[in-house]
Design a protein around this ligand. Structure first.
Ligand code: AMP
Ligand code: ZN
Ligand code: ZN
Length: 457
């Protein structure tokens, strides 16, 4: 009986255990990472996406991805491919200033690897570990990082159509001599339309139809080339989008003279470099507007993971959702992002399809930094140090035995019932099989033969 318990417990714990180390190191494994800039998580429930829904029905869907702070394009795209918070990968904003070197960075002047070298993106790690990578306009893929370019890449040009970018990616995966096993593909929409017209506009609705058509094109091309069932595809985004309003504008000129500071980033998170005394500038900004939080660098909340980097400026202004920080005047755009990354409106979604992923699987949330260990696991790569957690994403993978809490409770209760029944049966059988008992029964039968009037009657 004791050995039965040992076997049983070993079976249950073996079943519940996560087989975390069975990374697939198959060189045939392929992965395509796609970002549709500014694809807010809840667009999926608000609009029709026939092509994306087909992928979801046959794949895995994360409803809300928690992006990193600041909720901007370059920091978030670099977090997805490095697994690090912005303070740890060095691309802390779309615009940066480094006081030590007096260098400036912007999305229009992003080629100096000085800015990118604090981390190593997955396309380089993939190449260092013996594979080929391709980059179709994913931020950073047209920059030499650690003196390494992707095996194949396109120079950033927003005029190049999505279908052209897809065609290149397909060619790289299909290359007969040196095919890629990892590709990163980027598209500027629905971010651009979201900024211009706002996330609640009919124009945004029209653009989302186009986004779905483009997903349809990607699926078609992968199917035509026989890649659809063999390439793992992750479709995600860098951030969401909030509705802005000309009535929600914070004018810094009402509080502080422009000669006192330089704005290194703009809105809704404005990085302030004071020209002289930090405390004086801080005091002037502190009570400027109730819809804007003002932080000294050392007081930036820990949950932002946005403090430990020289490129983060001494004072940070963070507007409330939907508010815009300007020096003076009004605004022209009706949508923006950059806000607190805890806001649901800032969150993108993630859809994953292919041989590595579960089918018809849904989960509520992961962090965007968790996508990196997920991708490394799929590709069988040894990870660079990162802030992501594989345990948060492993249930997306078909190779991982993964049970939910209700399943665990069901299994435990069911197992206990089976155990109790088995134990009772074993006890009963033991009692029945015992020779003493058989003898007693024989004796009883002997007794029965007596002419006992009580029994016979
Ligand atoms: P934002 O919405 O301000 O965070 O940035 C989005 C913009 O970044 C897009 O509209 C693109 O024009 C721009 N962008 C995206 N990828 C790149 C790239 N690789 N190089 C330069 N600009 C880019
Ligand atoms: Zn973006
Ligand atoms: Zn944007």
């Amino acid at each position: 009986m004791q050995s039965f318990w040992v076997y049983f417990l070993a079976f249950v714990s073996g079943f519940l255990e996560c087989h975390c180390n069975n990374a697939t190191s198959n060189s045939e494994v392929r992965l395509l990472l796609v970002s549709f800039d500014g694809f807010r998580a809840d667009y999926l429930a608000q609009y029709a996406f026939p092509n994306l829904q087909k992928m979801i029905a046959d794949g895995a869907h994360v409803k809300h991805v928690t992006n990193v702070f600041v909720t901007k394009t370059f920091p978030n795209h670099y977090s997805i491919v490095t697994g690090r918070y912005a303070e740890s990968h060095g691309i802390v904003a779309n615009h940066m200033y480094d006081a030590a070197t007096k260098k400036n960075f912007s999305i229009f002047a992003d080629q100096d690897q000085f800015w990118w070298n604090e981390a190593t993106p997955i396309w380089i790690t993939n190449q260092q570990q013996g594979h080929k990578s391709g980059g179709a306009m994913w931020p950073g893929t047209d920059v030499s990082i650690h003196n390494t370019m992707p095996s194949y890449y396109l120079k950033y040009d927003h005029n190049v159509s999505f279908s052209k970018r897809v065609d290149h990616i397909i060619q790289w995966f299909s290359n007969s001599t040196e095919p890629i096993n990892f590709g990163a593909l980027y598209w500027e929409e629905p971010d651009a339309t979201g900024h211009h017209y706002g996330p609640d506009s009919k124009e945004l609705g029209n653009m989302l139809k186009e986004v779905d058509d483009r997903i349809g094109y990607l699926i078609d091309q992968l199917q035509k080339t026989g890649l659809w069932n063999t390439v793992n595809v992750i479709i995600t985004s860098d951030h969401g989008m909030a509705q802005c309003s000309a009535k929600k504008v914070i004018e810094l000129d009402n509080c502080i003279g422009r000669g006192n500071y330089t704005r290194v980033t703009y809105s809704p998170v404005t990085a302030i470099l004071p020209h002289a005394n930090i405390s004086n500038v801080y005091e002037l900004l502190l009570n400027c507007d109730s819809h804007m939080k003002v932080y000294l660098k050392e007081d930036i909340p820990e949950r932002f993971h946005y403090k430990h980097n020289e490129r983060i400026q001494p004072i940070l202004l963070v507007a409330d959702e939907g508010w815009t920080i300007v020096q003076n005047g009004s605004i022209t755009q009706l949508g923006d992002h950059g806000y607190d990354n805890a806001l649901p409106s800032m969150h993108p979604l993630l859809v994953a399809h292919g041989p590595a992923f579960r089918k018809a699987y849904k989960t509520n949330t992961i962090n965007s930094i968790d996508v990196y260990p997920l991708m490394c696991h799929i590709l069988g790569l040894k990870e660079e140090s990162n802030n992501g957690t594989f345990a948060n994403v492993r249930c997306l993978l078909i190779s991982e035995s993964c049970v939910s809490l209700p399943d665990v409770i069901g299994i435990v209760i069911g197992s206990l019932m089976v155990l109790v029944t088995l134990s009772c049966l074993i006890i009963l059988m033991k009692k029945r099989g015992s020779p003493q008992r058989a003898f007693a029964r024989l004796q009883l039968q002997d007794d029965d033969d007596d002419d006992d009037p009580l029994i016979a009657g």
